[in-house]
Design a protein around this ligand. Structure first.
Ligand SMILES: NC(=O)C1=CN([C@@H]2O[C@H](COP(=O)(O)OP(=O)(O)OC[C@H]3O[C@@H](n4cnc5c(N)ncnc54)[C@H](OP(=O)(O)O)[C@@H]3O)[C@@H](O)[C@H]2O)C=CC1
Ligand SMILES: Nc1nc(=O)c2c([nH]1)NC[C@@H]1CN(c3ccc(C(=O)N[C@@H](CCC(=O)O)C(=O)O)cc3)C=[N+]21
Ligand SMILES: [Mg+2]
Length: 286
């Protein structure tokens, strides 16, 4: 079988061209989408992601602010910044990079972000609206997974999708969005006892575990579509997904690489959400 490589990089480029054209049109009404990214501490992986987000803003003509706060920032200090950004008119999207240092309660920070600026889609009201199927800013990685499937015209409706991982950021929301697209969804996690039996039935396999190269060919049904959300830094400095790409690729009908798969889609969906938030705040249609 000759598998199809699902390039999140290429799809992202296409979507970013569409966004650029819309940013041009918004200039006519003096609206420039603005994103604020807040990074607390020095985590090297977070530094890379934050830099990528800033670069994407510049490429698309957005206004961009990056707030770097020291590791020992208090919850009160971070809340104060969030409140300021909630009020700031040049900012339409606020993203506080996770994880946060231990002295700060993530929930307190997420709850404080204005729902209409919640471009991560992590606020409980955003999550509630997503669960209900109402309009909301969708979480970026799950939305990116759905978008890459759609852009490659891969059928979701009626398919059996198996999701490995049930985190609030990836596994749980991706399962909801797949159901919304009319897939039949099975969820697996660390307490699932017969995981291979389940994954071997998957037409679409979504992997978000956080363990490098964990899923090999023995988990995969021939012809399955495999989406690898994992992002693991190996000792040699290279990035690896949760899927053992070399083992699975021939068996699959389509598969995302790491890097160049879901990662770029996450950032592109963040740009999409920021544009959507800006238009909503200014009550601009289309
Ligand atoms: N590409 C991107 O843009 C993004 C990539 N990521 C990457 O995706 C991966 C997952 O992230 P995240 O969801 O935040 O991770 P979490 O650690 O929050 O969740 C991991 C999930 O995997 C489950 N799990 C762990 N081990 C196993 C196992 N052996 N078998 C079955 N299930 C298992 C856990 O089960 P349980 O609930 O029982 O503990 C949990 O539900 C990471 O590599 C992360 O770096 C994350 C966000 C964005
Ligand atoms: N509030 C919040 N929102 C997030 O969306 C969020 C977060 N916190 N914390 C961390 C995770 C992880 N994440 C990624 C973003 C981009 C790439 C990405 O650009 N990946 C590239 C390459 C990256 C590289 O070279 O290191 C790729 O896969 O090709 C990956 C992962 C967003 N996250
Ligand atoms: Mg996590």
């Amino acid at each position: 079988m000759s598998e199809l490589l699902l390039s999140g990089k290429d799809v992202s480029q296409a979507i970013r061209e569409e966004i650029k054209q819309e940013v041009e049109r918004l200039k006519a009404v003096n609206l420039q989408p603005g994103l604020a990214v807040v990074l607390v501490g020095e985590d090297p992986a977070s530094q890379v992601y934050v830099r990528n987000k800033h670069k994407a803003c510049l490429e698309l003509g957005y206004y961009s602010e990056v707030h770097r706060l020291p590791e020992d920032t208090t919850e009160e200090q971070l809340l104060e910044l969030v409140h300021k950004l909630n009020e700031q008119e040049t900012i339409h999207g606020i993203l506080v990079q996770l994880p946060l240092p231990a002295q700060i309660h993530e929930k307190a920070i997420i709850d404080a972000i204005a729902v209409h600026k919640d471009v991560d889609g992590f606020h409980p009201v955003s999550v509630g609206n997503m669960v209900l199927g109402d309009d909301s800013l969708l979480p970026c990685t799950p939305a990116g997974v759905i978008e890459i499937l759609k852009r490659y015209n891969l059928e979701i409706a009626g398919k059996h999708a198996v999701v490995i991982g049930r985190s609030n950021i990836v596994g749980k929301p991706v399962s909801l969005l797949l159901q919304r697209e009319n897939a039949t969804v099975t969820m697996c996690h660390s307490r699932t006892s017969n995981m291979k039996e389940l994954t071997q039935q998957a037409d679409i396999l979504i992997v978000a575990i956080g363990k490098a190269k964990f899923i090999d060919a023995s988990y995969v049904k021939p012809g399955a579509v495999v989406i690898d959300v994992g992002m693991n830094r190996l000792d040699n400095g290279k990035l690896a997904g949760d899927v053992d790409f070399d083992s699975v690729r021939e068996l699959s009908s389509a598969i995302t690489p790491v890097p160049g798969g879901v990662g770029p889609m996450t950032i592109t969906m963040l740009m999409h959400n920021t544009l959507k938030a800006a238009k909503r705040i200014h009550q601009i249609e289309v």
